[in-house]
Design a protein around this ligand. Sequence first.
Ligand code: PHE
Length: 451
Amino acid sequence: MNSDSRTTFKSKIGIIMAAVGSAVGLGNIWRFPYEAGQNGGGAFLLIYLLCVLVMGIPTLLAEMTLGRMAKTNSVEAFRRVSKHPVFSRIGYLGVLSCLLILGFYTVVAGWTFQYMWESVSGDIVGGTTEQFAQSFVDFSTSPFQPLFWTLLMLVFTHLIIIGGVQKGIERASKLMMPLLFVLLVVLCVNSLMLDGAREGLLFLFKPDFSAIDSGVVLSAMGQAFFSLSLGAGVMITYASYFEKEVNMPRTATTVALLDTSVALLAGIVIFPAVFTFGIQPTQGPNLVFVTLPNIFAQLPWGSVWSFIFFLLLALASITSLISLHQVVTAYVEEEFRVSNRKAALIVTCAAGVLTVFASLSLGVLNDLRVGGMCLFDLLDFVTAKIMMPVGSLLLCVFMGWRLEKSALLNELTNYGTLRWRWAKVFVVVLKYVVPILVTLIFVNELGVFKF
Ligand code: PHE
C-alpha cells in the first residue's frame, strides 16, 4: 500500500476514539490497580501522574507527529525520516513489543470471557471472598479453559483486523468506550458507599513518601507508557491514518486525560472493595479478578451488572488488541508486500503460539522460569518496564535530535495554521527531559546509584 492510498479515519471523534480505544483497556482496569496495590498506592499514583504529564503526553504527541508525517507503518516511518543505520531501525523494537504484549494481553482478555460466562451461569454472585479467590486460581491455572477463551479472543481480533481499518476499529470503539466510562462511574458511586471506602481512598490517594523506591518509580513509569500505548509504534501507526487537519496537541492531551481518568475510576472502584472484603492489595495480577466478584455479589441483580461490566471490559481489551495486532500486521503487509489477510494470519499465528505458552505458564508450565518469572510475568515485565520506556526514549531522541526542528514544528502546527504555545517546551522535553528521566530511572533501578 503506498502512502496515498492509505485509508484515513473519517470523523474527528473516530480519530480520538480509536486512539482512546487503544489506550484504554486492561492496562487501566486490570494492570493499574494491581501495580498500584503492589507499589504502595498513593506514592505510586503520584509518580504515575507525573510520568503521564511530563513524559507520556509529549511522547504520545511525538508518536502522532511522526505517524502523520510518514504515513506508513511504524518501522518504515523511522526509515522514511532518517537514513541513519541505527535510527532507521528503532521501529523494529516497537513491532516486537507489540507481538510480545499480544502474548500476555490476549490471555487476560480471555479471562474476561470466562467472567462473562460465569455471570450468566450465576457462579459469580454466590460465594465468599475466599471462594472467589480460589475459583480464580483454579481457573487461571487450569490448562484448557483459559486457552479456549484466549484463542477465541485472538480469532475475534483477527476477524476485525481483516474487516479493514476504518469499519472495524472506528465502529467498535465509538460505541463501547463511553458505555464503559458510564458503568465505571456507577460502580464508583457504589464503592464509595462501602464500609472500607475511607481506607481504600486513603490507600490510593494519600502518598506515603517512605514507600517510594526505585522499583516503585520504574513501575509507575512503565505503567504510564503501557497505559498510553507508547513506545510500541501504536500511535505512529494510528496517526498514519490521521488527516492533515487533525489538531494533534489537543488530541494527545484528550487521549491522555481520558485514559488517566479511566485508570483513576478503576482505582476508586477497586480499592474501597479491597479493604471492605479483606483482600490483599499486594497480590498482583489476580487482584481485580478476585475483587470484582465481591462487588457484584453485594449488588442487586449482581450477575447482570457483572455481565455488562465484563462485556465492556472485553470490548475495551479488543480495541487495544486490535491496535497491537494492527502494528504488526501493517508492518508485515507493507514490508513483505503481502495481502492484508495474509499478514494478519501470520501475526495471529505467531501471537497464538505465544499466548498458548503464556497461558500455560500460569499453570502446568509454571516451573519454567527466567529471572524468577514465569513467561506470563516475564512478557509483562520486559515490555512495560524495559521495551516501552526504551522505545519511547529512542523515539524522543529521534524526534528531538534527528528530525529538523522546522519539520517537527510544521507538522505539529499543521503548517502554521495552529497556534500551540507549548511548542518550545515540547521540543526541550523531547530533547532532554524524557531521555534523561528514563535513563535516570533505569540507572537508579540497576542500583548504580540511588536518588
Ligand atoms: N494501553 C493498552 C491498555 O492500557 C495496552 C497497550 C499497550 C495497547 C501497548 C497497545 C500497545 O490496555
